[in-house]
Ligand binder design. Structure first.
Ligand SMILES: *Cc1c(COP(=O)(O)O)cnc(C)c1O
Length: 410
């Protein structure tokens, strides 16, 4: 495969539909939040089965907006996972609340038992993250939330197209005792659906939706698209100290065709994940990512393998370097929150100790997985991983002495 170009870690799938929809917006004369954003919100809500979907300019904004609209602030504690992007934690801190870290379970997602152990009289909310598109154990999280009168805001940056308990992530539950207050999605360039930069927040609650819609655009009661009152098109009123989080029509015109292609994108992601799992299964040098339970669907935003250091003569850094030399990009999701200088001030506190996340971190490598790859590239990636691992395999010490003993005995 010498002719093969470098397989970058991530690449968006932008087709003619995205280009023509964007040109249409440019020619229309309406660039910012308007009819395309309204259309995108409508189709997104239908896709995830939510009655209310609000387009915003990032997932970070969506998380902050939801927490702020739920009136979480100074003195409150919000529980989240350390194995996430920094934005999950900074969104909590921007409200003035204190983030609290709960440890991860075997699948890499937040561990409900650890959440339970972190609850104090100040706890107000839980922010679970569906890492790589694998759904968290939401039924257990909702149960803990209900028992302790806590809000739930899901970080679904990786989870558009993820199905949990037969329903899409972001759906308004049919069971009133189950469900989250809000669900935040990301449309950053590397995510399963991209608008270059962008996000969406869904909620089943009409009041929370109205509050978020107002706060999203300077706390103005109605947006510019729709601001014509008896007083005239120039009139508006500021009701609250809001933010500037609206998504433009320019970005939404990328999102509409991307959304219509999501099912096809996920099918391709699932096919490539199967190729990886088939080629890498049965190896002692590596553990494969957890599969979704039977009534769920993994969105396969990421394919994070776990190196087995006891069986390898190379570490994660050397493994990623070896992949790069063979023209395969890789990444790591994520550097645990505790290890960033800014977060150390609180992450080192006794109530934030998360040993499982620190133990997993040096083993994690995310392989490229996206619909703009070809099937041949996916096979090349998996075979390359396999051959690097096999070239650096070591037999653990106890097995070596067993072999030595067997040889002597025979
Ligand atoms: C990408 C990401 C975010 C932030 O998304 P933006 O749209 O870039 O703000 C938040 N959480 C997780 C887990 C992410 O991967």
């Amino acid at each position: 495969m010498d002719e093969m170009k470098f397989i970058s870690f991530s690449r968006p799938s932008i087709g003619e539909e995205e280009i023509s929809e964007t040109l249409d917006t440019l020619r229309s004369g309406w660039l910012t939040t308007g009819p395309k954003t309204a259309q995108f919100e409508k189709e997104f809500g239908a896709y995830v089965h939510s009655p209310y979907a609000l387009a915003v300019n990032s997932c970070t904004a969506a998380l902050h907006l939801a927490l702020a609209a739920l009136e979480i602030g100074p003195g409150d504690e919000v529980i989240t996972t350390p194995l996430t992007f920094c934005a999950t934690v900074t969104a909590i801190m921007h409200t003035g609340a204190t983030p609290v870290l709960a440890d991860i379970g075997p699948d890499g997602n937040i561990d409900p038992d650890s959440i339970q152990s972190r609850i104090t009289s100040r706890t107000r909310a839980i922010v679970p993250v569906h890492l790589g598109g694998l759904p968290c154990e939401m039924k257990r999280i909702w149960k803990i939330a209900r028992a302790n009168n806590l809000r739930v805001v899901e970080d679904a940056a990786h989870a558009i197209g993820t199905i949990y308990d037969g329903m899409p992530i972001g759906a308004a539950g049919t069971n009133p005792s189950e469900g989250s207050d809000a669900v935040a999605f990301s449309f950053y360039a590397t995510k399963n659906l991209t608008t270059a930069e962008g996000g969406m927040v869904t909620t089943p609650d009409p009041d929370l939706y109205a509050r978020m819609k107002c706060l999203c655009l300077h706390g103005i009661s109605r947006d510019a698209w729709n601001r014509y009152t008896e007083k005239g098109s120039w009139y508006y009123e500021v009701e609250e100290c809001g933010f500037k989080y609206n998504l433009s029509d320019f970005q939404s015109s990328l999102g509409i065709p991307q959304l219509r292609k999501q099912e096809q994108f996920i099918e391709t992601r699932r096919k490539y994940a199967r190729i990886y799992s088939d080629i890498l299964s049965g190896m002692d040098e590596v553990e494969l990512p957890a599969e979704a339970p039977p009534d769920a669907r993994h969105s396969w935003h990421l394919y994070p393998i776990r190196l087995n250091p006891a069986r390898l003569s190379i570490d994660r850094g050397a493994f990623i370097q070896a992949l790069k030399e063979r023209r395969v990009g890789a990444s790591v999701h994520f550097i645990p929150i505790q290890l960033h200088p800014f977060f150390r001030q609180f992450a080192n506190l006794p109530q934030n100790q998360c040993p499982a996340s620190l133990a997993l971190y040096p083993r994690l490598v995310s392989l490229p997985l996206y619909p703009a790859m070809t099937e041949r590239e996916a096979e090349y990636v998996a075979r390359t991983v396999r051959s690097i691992l096999m070239a650096h395999t070591v037999i653990p010490a106890e097995m070596v002495s067993d072999l030595w003993f067997m040889r002597r005995a025979s």
